[in-house]
Design a protein around this ligand. Structure first.
Ligand code: AKB
Length: 319
């Protein structure tokens, strides 16, 4: 990327957006990364920030022109659990937002990253080591919108030559930000309770095994995919991406190795059904073959890092 070209991020104040914005600013420069969201950032932004509703195509195109944008990371979306509370609204935001980004990319020749999710799977999908080309029968409106989004991305690539790239993120766990509206959110919340010394009530059942990934790996995967030579990328719908799988009981046991007094109880709610529709583990062979994906964090390594960072965070908050 040239010095006067920029990257635009939608949903920059979300769980992944917060960390990705910083990673891109570290990789390029603060001025080259325009963070956008419908809410103002809680902390002072060290680069440009613009209020943007992804449903407003005119505003999006205006920012593309204003900042000479060359790449868009489109993270604004309604996730699985929140989407089930208002399916029509979730569909409108997820699909219209994507179309506005793809049309801007087509018009201005932009490179795009648009994440998909393990939520595309469901129904007859094999649950263990789910392959790249498994049947896609999602149970949630979020999953349906991601399947449609994958197909539309591939269509814009094939028909209009848009360089759009995508990963099927598993549940993402990080200390830097809080998730909102997802089914895998418990795996972040649990660490906050453990560090505060409070018991945790888990909204999933103790044996619900789901694919997960540490934030550092998710950010690195995203940047590596976007930097990979286009000729190496055989998949323009979305790549399966994996690191680890665990259950609430297993993460609690791992936390207890560091915090022996940690207590958990289980009170599964409507999110249990969503979790049951998803795979337990993912086969991401094409990502490893095509652009060399390798994860670095497993459950023990992630747990040590999460507890260390959150301890510092809560210590500074109270001192
Ligand atoms: C969710 O739980 O909805 C997301 C996802 C797996 O895409 N974290």
């Amino acid at each position: 990327m040239k010095k006067n070209e920029t990257i635009l991020i939608t949903g920059a104040n979300g769980q992944i957006g917060t960390v990705l914005t910083q990673a891109l600013r570290d990789a390029y420069s603060a001025e080259q990364v325009v963070a956008t969201d419908i809410r103002r950032p809680q902390a002072q932004s060290d680069g440009p920030f613009e209020m943007l509703d992804v449903l407003d195509a005119e505003a999006l195109n205006g920012l593309v022109k204003k900042y000479k944008v060359r790449q868009i990371y489109h993270l604004a979306a309604i996730l699985s659990a929140k989407g089930e509370q208002n399916p029509q609204w979730a569909w409108d935001i997820n699909m219209s937002g994507l179309f506005n980004v793809l049309n801007a990319a087509k018009e201005y020749g932009l490179k795009v990253f648009c994440p998909s999710s393990i939520a595309v799977f469901g129904g007859a999908t094999p649950k263990v080591d789910t392959p790249q080309d498994a049947v896609l029968q999602p149970a949630t409106v979020y999953g349906i919108s991601k399947v449609a989004g994958e197909q539309w991305s591939e269509y814009y690539h094939r028909r209009y030559g848009v360089d759009v790239r995508s990963l099927r993120y598993p549940g993402i766990v990080g200390y830097q930000s809080l998730p909102g509206g997802g089914t895998t959110d418990y795996a972040v919340d649990i660490y906050h309770y453990a560090v505060k010394g409070e018991p945790y009530e888990c909204f999933l059942a103790e044996n619900s095994r789901l694919p997960m990934m540490y934030m550092d790996d998710a950010i690195r995967a995203t940047l590596e995919l976007m930097e990979a030579p286009a000729a190496q990328l055989k998949i323009r719908t979305s790549y399966n991406l994996a690191a680890m799988s665990f259950t609430p009981a297993e993460i609690a046991a791992e936390i207890r190795r560091q915090r022996p007094g940690f207590a958990i109880r289980y009170a599964p709610d409507f999110r249990q059904k969503i979790a049951e529709s998803w795979p337990e583990s993912i086969d991401d062979t094409p990502a490893r073959q095509d652009w060399g994906w390798q994860h670095a964090y497993d459950l023990p390594k992630m747990t040590i890092d999460m507890l260390r960072h959150l301890e510092t965070y809560y210590h500074e908050l109270t001192s």
